[in-house]
Structures are given as structure tokens and as C-alpha cells.
Ligand binder design. Sequence first.
Ligand code: UFG
Length: 326
Amino acid sequence: MAIMVCGGAGYIGAHTVFELIGRGEEVVIVDNLQTGHRGALNPAAKFYEGDIRNADILEKIFSENKIEAVIHFAANSLVGESVQNPLKYFNNNVGGMQILLEAMTKFGVDKIVFSSTAAVYGEPEKIPIVETDKTLPTNPYGESKLIMERMIRWVKNLRFVSLRYFNAAGAIESGSIGEDHKCETHLIPLILQVPLGKRDHITIFGADYPTHDGTCLRDYIHVVDLADAHILALNYLRNGGDSEIFNLGNGRGFSVKEIISAAEKVTGQKIKTEIGERRAGDPAKLIASSDKAKKILHWTPRFSEVEKIIATAWNWHKNNPDGYKE
Ligand code: UFG
């Protein structure tokens, strides 16, 4: 039986497909290639180009393949864009989830691993964040993911694992796939554009936060560790595990300035910085407790050093300065 990966041509989706194939799983990808890339598609996976909001394409996939479980990454994921265009996020993320759940119900597919986000928590009341903490998103992106989590709960005969990622970063060590967003907003790829000669400097969004150096702390987690967690979650459901929500992070916060210094060490180049205004909606600190994932899923992140995470990102960007060729 196959695993259907919705959004398997995207950043985290493609890394998870790679790990699934490496473990001998049969994989069927559906992706509308809106933010995913043809070049990120794994040749060992079967690919359907299409949008999960189209019930016909899902019907076709579920009819033509024996799908055991779904891993769902297909969603828009930019915080700033979601504030500008909230209905895009409710249409694609929430609407896509509804059509997907209807198709899964129709075809009796009873397991889903869902790509959620730390953005469901909003401004944390305490650090580290645990799964039972209050969820009060501060942007439509986080809200859409929280609604999606809540929708899954009500579907009969369906078990789910929802994985709330903190700051995904890095790339597979071979550098064959990596992060490539048409409009990049994430800190690490933006910093690396400076040594690549694609940008003059990195702007630090606020240096007056209540942290040790005034810049925001984030919990950076390697994309391959995230991919591993999806496979552990899948196996957990296969072994009869109950529906659960898990945070995925390293449990350590690094400031924007610390990430820049680490990138200087990795690239061997001085990175010019400028202090800018705070970015709206940025909490000062976002750090996960991943104890629950470690205890229940037996997840052990391999890339705990931020320099190692940045080194894998650098390996990808250096060799693919303009991202995927297609
Ligand atoms: N930052 C800068 N300059 C930049 C870009 C970012 O100083 O040019 C700062 C941000 O202000 C923030 C930190 O770097 O303090 C990280 O910013 P990112 O945009 O890389 O990541 P976010 O923490 O905003 O958000 C990411 C994901 C979300 C997810 C969140 C959960 O994009 O989907 O992590 O932690 F919800």
C-alpha cells in the first residue's frame, strides 16, 4: 500500500518523500506546483499534478492507488502574506483540508499525519511551549492551521498526528534538494543571500526585544529531523497509536544575531547587517518543548547544532544559488 503525500514537491514535503523512499515506502505525491517545484519531485514516487481542492483529482488518486495513509503538507505558509490576504489562506488551507478529508472518508483511509505549526500558539505565555499551552494565533496562517487541526478531530474513524513545527531550516546533506521559495522571507536563506552576492546586507527586524542581545529567539529544527518525525508518526499510527499533537523543535533558542554569527563561521564571510524596525506580529521568543515527541514517538533530532543546520543550508544554496532549475 502507498503513502499519499500532499505537497510532496515543497520544502518539507520533498525531504519527507526522500526519507520515505529511503525506507522502502511506496509514495504517491499530489502537488499543484504553486509553491512546490518539479525539480524537487522524487523520481521513485508516482506524481499527480493537481490541487487537493479538486475532488476529482483526489478521487482519481484514491481509485488508482491503494492509499494506506496521508501525509499532508499542501498549504500556504507565509505569515506576512496571510495577513495581507487572509481569505487565500482559508480557501487553500482550510478548504483543501475539507476536500481531502471528504475523499479520505469516502475511500476509508483512516490515518493522517498533518503538517501544523508553532504559529497556532501565538504569543506564548511561557517558554518552552508545551502542547497543552493556550492556542491563540496572531495571524491568519496560524489560525488556518489551527482550524485544520480542529477539523480533523471531528472526522469519524480517522486517527491523526498533528506536528507543530518550529523554525524549519537546512537541507538534505547531499544538497540534492533544499529550500526554494519564490518570495523568500525566512531568516537563514535570506542571510545566506549575502555571501552569495544576491543581497548587500541582512536587516535585523528589531534589536530592542527583551532577550539577551535584543533580537528575537527562535527554535531552529533541521528539515531532515522533521522528515524523520513524520515517519515515526506514521508508524505510531500504524501501530494503533491514538490521535496526538506534538511540537517539533530543538528546545533551544538562537537569536537573530547568533544565527548571523553562525552563518559567518559556516561561510567564512563577513555578513553585513542593518538594524531595522520590528516586524509586526513577531513574538520575542518561540522555543519548543519536544519532550512529548521524544517520549511517545521516540524522536531524537540528529542536528542539534545550529552551525550544522546552517552548513547543510549553505551546501544547497551555494550549489543552487537560483534554486531549482524547474
Ligand atoms: N528576521 C530578521 N530579518 C529577516 C528575516 C527574519 O530579523 O530578514 C527575524 C524575524 O523577525 C524572526 C526570525 O528572524 O525573529 C525568524 O524569522 P523567520 O521569518 O525565518 O521565521 P518566523 O519565526 O517568523 O516563522 C517561522 C515560519 C512560520 C512558523 C514559525 C514558528 O515561517 O511558518 O516559524 O516558529 F509558524
